[in-house]
Design a binder for this molecule. Structure first.
Ligand code: SF4
Ligand code: SF4
Length: 96
């Protein structure tokens, strides 16, 4: 029997080559990891997502280094997003 693998990690893809492309996606906050209020957007039903600024990136991204400035308190979804995964490669753009 052959079991199809759906999410193979590509080790040639690294965040150091990428301008935090996944940090332009909508990130729902579904558990309390200590995200500071200034980075949280609350919709009319009370749903919380990471605030994105006019440039499209999450407000917690350092615009110079493209690193997360709240790494130890980043949402659960950010912790689960795997570098080199299918989802990552859909967003990934090599810095030119
Ligand atoms: S899209 Fe992938 S390579 Fe780019 S920052 Fe996110 S996890 Fe890293
Ligand atoms: S919290 Fe950090 S890792 Fe998550 S989207 Fe914002 S900058 Fe990226």
């Amino acid at each position: 029997m052959t079991i199809a693998l759906k999410n193979i990690v590509d080790s040639s893809v690294t965040c150091s080559q990428c301008q935090a492309c996944c940090c332009r996606m909508e990130v729902m906050i579904i558990s309390d990891t200590g995200v500071p209020d200034r980075h949280i957007s609350v919709d009319e039903w009370g749903g919380e997502t990471m605030l994105r600024l006019d440039d499209g990136w999450c407000s917690a991204v350092d615009r110079n280094t493209f690193l997360c400035t709240i790494y130890d308190n980043r949402p659960w979804i950010c912790r689960e997003f795997e570098m080199g995964s299918d989802e990552c490669r859909e967003e990934f753009n090599v810095i030119r």
